[in-house]
Design a protein around this ligand. Structure first.
Ligand SMILES: [Zn+2]
Length: 177
């Protein structure tokens, strides 16, 4: 669950070279933020980006501050590839789907549990209070669960998509297609 949070990665993946970066987040925080903005229509897809990892680079920057590749070896690009933006959209969809599923699943169970006192016993002041109390409790529980468990699961599921599609993108890009 905390796999992506551990800093102590074995150096064994170093021999894979470019694939070594896949042990953690492939894209920089700044690029992820920009991709979110592009998807929301809040930012244009234009600028100066690393030719390998698409990290946004300042005009004078000659070495990517995220992946460390020199601009000389891999020319900068002025826009993020469309396929990358679409990949990011699918990733965010996955993450959101898991979080919403956990939240609504928890809430649905809560409704059922909250209805039990009303179903099993006569409607009385205490069973009505129990209904609303249980509902409120499960609302808080499922919101918490969505933010913790749902977030982790969604992140992992999104990462599996990104890793697979990024590998494809790199392969196609570097084969000159
Ligand atoms: Zn880079």
């Amino acid at each position: 669950m905390t796999e992506h949070g551990t800093a102590a990665e074995p150096a064994a993946t170093a021999e894979e070279g470019e694939a070594g970066a896949m042990s953690t987040e492939i894209f920089s925080e700044r690029l992820l933020g920009l991709l979110d903005d592009i998807l929301a229509g809040d930012a244009p897809n234009a600028g100066r980006f690393c030719g390998y990892c698409y990290h946004p680079l300042a005009a004078t920057r000659q070495i990517c501050t995220y992946c460390g590749r020199p601009v000389a070896g891999r020319p900068v690009v002025s826009a993020v590839p469309r396929t990358l933006i679409e990949m990011h959209r699918r990733r965010r969809n996955r993450e959101g789907l898991v979080v919403r599923t956990v939240a609504w699943g928890g809430l649905s169970i809560g409704v059922i549990v909250a209805l039990l006192p009303l179903a099993l016993w006569d409607v009385a002041w205490w069973s009505v209070i129990a209904f609303f109390g249980l509902l409120a409790l499960f609302y808080l529980l499922s919101a918490n669960l969505a933010n913790s468990l749902g977030d982790s699961l969604g992140y992992a599921w999104g990462q599996s998509l990104v890793r697979r599609e990024w590998a494809q993108l790199v392969k196609q890009r570097d084969s000159g297609a």
